[in-house]
Design a protein around this ligand. Structure first.
Ligand SMILES: Cc1cc2nc3c(=O)[nH]c(=O)nc-3n(C[C@H](O)[C@H](O)[C@H](O)COP(=O)(O)O)c2cc1C
Ligand code: PXP
Length: 320
């Protein structure tokens, strides 16, 4: 009896400690896993979290696992508590642009994935880096890059083994660079354990010989409202696919996936498809942004913007 009371008190203490911890870490939804909507589960348009929950077969609820101690120092206000003290395809003729980096970005209605901009919240070099990204992003569209939003994201779990794969940039602003994925997949699991990532864009058609952009930073999950809004705008089949895919798990056969998809299609027939609870957006909050401009004879130009541990941004050039 006394042991049970002690265990309950200790669980409460752990939960309080977790709630005080880094918001980036605590915001991950419970890893209670993907559950296909069960037969006879909740009906109705069902966008709310509550109805989403009803769609899942009732699993034994496990508490949100406390993320393993990240091997980095969190800079958020709550962070200190977590510190562990520790020639490239057909060439198109393009008008030559002067390579002035500091000009302001063109204002365009079709600003791609760009969302808000609030210079007041940014220190000057960071604002300049984001403006440069915006300008190059526009140039990538004008130059006919097949998909300027494709970026490689590199992660490493606690075993330190790096892994890289492509994802699509869906939003970017001063808060960071957002993509969407399954949180249960390899990248999702690695980022939960070690919420840091590196992003890489390569636009070979931009400027004279191509541009590379490297972004590194901490990763946080986007809010439910933001993820719901993005998910609601996806094609229905993509929405159903998000339910059907147990991303990164072994798939016995393509038929098994198709059957699963058909079953889920039936389940949601005649109603909206809610966002699966473990499918969401992840935002990489830049701490380093490097622009690499190709030059002949490998005499490239590299401009690095970085943030120190006090949040102050600076800029310097690097040898190629
Ligand atoms: C161009 C391209 C874009 C992709 N975009 C995404 C994406 O936005 N989200 C995603 O989860 N997977 C995307 N994928 C698939 C991933 O590269 C990867 O195969 C998948 O996310 C599983 O990765 P993981 O096992 O490391 O979690 C994309 C693949 C390509 C080739
Ligand atoms: C598995 C997966 N999820 C999400 C995305 C994000 O893109 P979209 O929302 O446009 O499907 C992609 C893009 O390839 C993807 O492959």
């Amino acid at each position: 009896m006394r042991r049970a009371r002690r265990a309950a008190a200790s669980a409460r203490f752990r939960a309080r400690a977790r709630d005080r911890a880094c918001p980036a870490a605590r915001a991950w939804p419970a890893a209670d896993g993907f559950r296909a909507p069960s037969a006879g589960a909740g009906r109705g348009s069902g966008r709310s979290r509550r109805s989403t929950r009803r769609l899942r077969a009732a699993p034994a609820r496990r508490p949100t696992p406390r993320p393993a101690r990240p091997a980095w120092i969190c800079r958020c206000p709550a962070g200190p508590r977590w510190r562990t003290r520790g020639c490239r395809g057909p060439r198109r003729r393009r008008a030559r642009r002067p390579r002035t980096r500091a000009e302001s970005p063109p204002e365009r209605a079709d600003a791609g994935t760009r969302t808000s901009r609030d210079n007041s919240a940014m220190t000057e070099p960071y604002a300049e880096a984001l403006a440069t990204f915006d300008r190059l992003f526009d140039e990538a569209a004008a130059a006919g890059e097949p998909d300027r939003t494709a970026m490689v994201i590199a992660t490493a779990g606690l075993d330190g083994r790096p892994a890289a794969r492509n994802v699509l940039l869906k939003a970017h602003d001063e808060r960071g660079f957002v993509f969407y994925t399954h949180l249960n997949g390899r990248k999702g699991r690695e980022l939960q354990a070690n919420p840091r990532a590196a992003l890489l864009f390569y636009w070979p058609r931009v400027r004279e010989g191509g541009v590379q952009v490297r972004i590194e930073g901490a990763v946080e999950i986007v809010g439910d409202a933001e993820a719901d809004a993005y998910f609601a705008g996806r094609p229905r089949l993509s929405q159903l696919g998000a339910w059907a895919s147990k991303q990164s798990e072994t798939l016995e056969s393509r038929e098994a996936f198709e059957q699963r998809l058909a079953q889920i299609e039936k389940e949601f027939e005649g109603r909206d498809v809610p966002r699966p609870p473990r499918w969401s957006g992840l935002r990489v909050k830049p701490e380093r942004i490097e622009f690499w401009y190709a030059a002949t004879y490998r005499l490239h130009e590299r401009h690095l913007y970085e943030c120190d541990c006090t949040g102050k941004w600076s800029k310097r050039m690097l040898y190629p």
